[in-house]
Design a protein around this ligand. Sequence first.
Ligand SMILES: Cc1ncc(COP(=O)(O)O)c(C=O)c1O
Length: 394
Amino acid sequence: MKKRKKFETISVRTQVKRSSQKEHSVPIFATSSFVFDNAEEARAVFADEKGGNIYSRYSNPNNDEFIEKLCLMEKTEDGESTATGMAAIFLALTSHLKAGDHIVASRSLFSSTHQIITNILPRWGITHTYVDIRKNPEWEKAIMPQTRLLFTETPSNPGLDLCDLEFVGKLAKKHNCLFVVDNCFATPYLQTPADFGANLICHSATKFIDGQGRTLGGAIVGPKNIIKDVRFMARQTGPSLSPFNAWILSKSLETLAVRMEKHCSNAAVLATYLDKSDDTEIVKYPFLSSHPQVKLARKQMRYGGALVTFELEGGMKRCIRFLDKLSMISLTSNLGDTRTTATHPASTTHSKLSEEERKAVGITDGLIRISVGLEHIDDIIEDIQQAIERSKKA
Ligand SMILES: Cc1ncc(COP(=O)(O)O)c(C=O)c1O
């Protein structure tokens, strides 16, 4: 059996076949279609009797390279790249379901995913039950005869709560359901859900995979027999990733391991600092000993990730003052950037949720989410500390 290459080697050495130009770095295949040597070849490629590219909505060497690399990292067989993370999640939720089917999903989800499950799928007769991501018995209790799919995002955005992947993976298998995991926060460098029985893994490549805040992108990977239906749906409905963005994202994967090492070590230092500070309340980070699921985090993740959340006394008004006083850290809703970013989920990314829904997943008015970047940790801490001080006075 061929020995599996290490993560870092996969990142830099998975490349499409070199062209006749003998380039070292893979070029961008900016072409909408591909040519055939003759009519018989065209017929055979269309009939799936022969491999080959037809049209970039279907496949393109840049997209293929990006997906091949991600599949090796996620320890899965096959996948599709998409224009955004939401396109990947939408494919995961719709490519295998029909009217009458039922989904069990963790309640703490990225807000657009929550909107699809709550407000879009029911129009097509697909119902759902939300469960507390942390409570295994709730997952089990929610399964009904018509349940076909279990969905989670772990660690969750922005609550940083965890799903017990091994438990839910086994549950899905027992009930013959698909288990879908949004692995956006952890990336395959920290966590490979396929090891725990996940059938489909989705990514917003916009986040740590690009890692530099340049492009939108997404991916969905899994076993060949499950990706077959995803591919059919993707090819007909057209959520394709552009070859240029696929090229960017494949290049970005080359540095995922080194970037995640630094993101995570910076985040761990910041979380420890905030946890000890008298100025902050409820600091959350999966690898902090005060995190209620730290044992599970250490079991299924390599490090605690790059997101840290905390609460400031004084609610919404105090948070707004804090954000306005930041001098270096960027005020933006994106995360997974080289630059540290700060977000107030209640008034931005999760504002579409009702107050009740936000309360149920721990998004209080005083919650701040920090995506820790690659600046020197001393400068990150200094900016946060001065903003905390200056936000004390109204
Ligand atoms: C956990 C998670 N999943 C999915 C998405 C959606 O990704 P995109 O914006 O690339 O569509 C986001 C975006 O913030 C996210 O945080």
